[in-house]
Design a binder for this molecule. Structure first.
Ligand code: 1GP
Length: 248
């Protein structure tokens, strides 16, 4: 499957929801996650992302991804928190650059170390600009982000357009997993107006209203992670919102 093509086509046709699973052994139960993701697929989620900022162990990650691949037919896409987030069992990997990091390692250093292993793993790399907005949470801390202030839609747009001009396939606006507030709607609108590539938004989306806000503001894809562990019913409502947009 050409996963990038699947995302580009899906984002052209309507709105999508992606489910994020953190492969931290302290946060995920490999016994039940397959069934949870298969339920999310029945609700209508369009992809399973696997990644986190901390505590990634290769064997655990491989087994987790293998299990997910046998439970769902939507793509399983790695969302690595570093060079150790690679598994050959996935369909694709978001090959991300944390453009607003203060540390060149997270902009292009980790990527240079990961490129050959990704090729050897035989998984599809999908280039993505990763932009961290305050509060940024663990991702902002680990990635040494020079956080984009919540009222600075201009700066977010500048990064996003630069990403498009640099040839990246999509932009991810991230408030951070577990953020108290998601990325502001005004920022999403401003960024979306400035780019033609798909815009993914995640971090702190916990209600159907928040999903509605992000999607109406211009997000093509929304991501929920934390909620999957907390309240599967709410994830269903969020996915329903994304599906309704496809029919508008
Ligand atoms: C984190 O944007 C994702 O990278 C999802 O965030 O866990 O807050 O849903 P949540």
């Amino acid at each position: 499957m050409d996963v990038k093509d699947y995302i580009l086509k899906g984002a052209r046709k309507g709105k999508m929801h992606f489910s994020l699973i953190d492969p931290d052994p302290m946060k995920v139960n490999p016994e039940t996650v397959g069934e949870i993701c298969s339920q999310l697929q029945r609700y209508g989620t369009s992809a399973i992302m696997v990644g986190g900022s901390t505590n990634v162990r290769q064997k655990f990650l491989d087994d987790l991804v293998k299990g997910l691949k046998s439970s769902v037919s939507v793509p399983v896409i790695l969302f690595p928190g570093g060079v150790n987030g690679i598994s050959s069992f996935a369909d694709a990997i978001f090959f991300m650059s944390l453009m607003n990091s203060k540390d060149a390692w997270w902009v292009s250093g980790a990527q240079s170390e990961a490129a050959v292993p990704v090729r050897e793993a035989g998984i599809e790399p999908i280039s993505m600009a990763y932009l961290i907005v305050e509060p940024g949470m663990k991702a902002g801390e680990v990635g040494k982000a020079d956080l984009i202030m919540r009222n600075d839609g201009i700066r977010a747009s500048q990064y996003a357009l630069a990403a498009q001009y640099m040839g990246m396939s999509m932009v991810y606006l991230e408030a951070g997993s577990g953020a108290g507030k998601p990325v502001p709607a005004e920022m999403i609108t401003k960024v979306k107006k400035n780019i033609e590539i798909p815009l993914i938004v995640g971090g702190g989306i916990r209600t159907a209203e928040a999903a509605e806000d992000a999607l109406s503001a211009g997000a093509d894809i929304i991501v929920t992670g934390t909620l999957i562990e907390d309240d599967a019913r709410k994830v269903k409502d969020i996915i329903e919102v994304a599906k309704r947009f496809g029919k508008r």
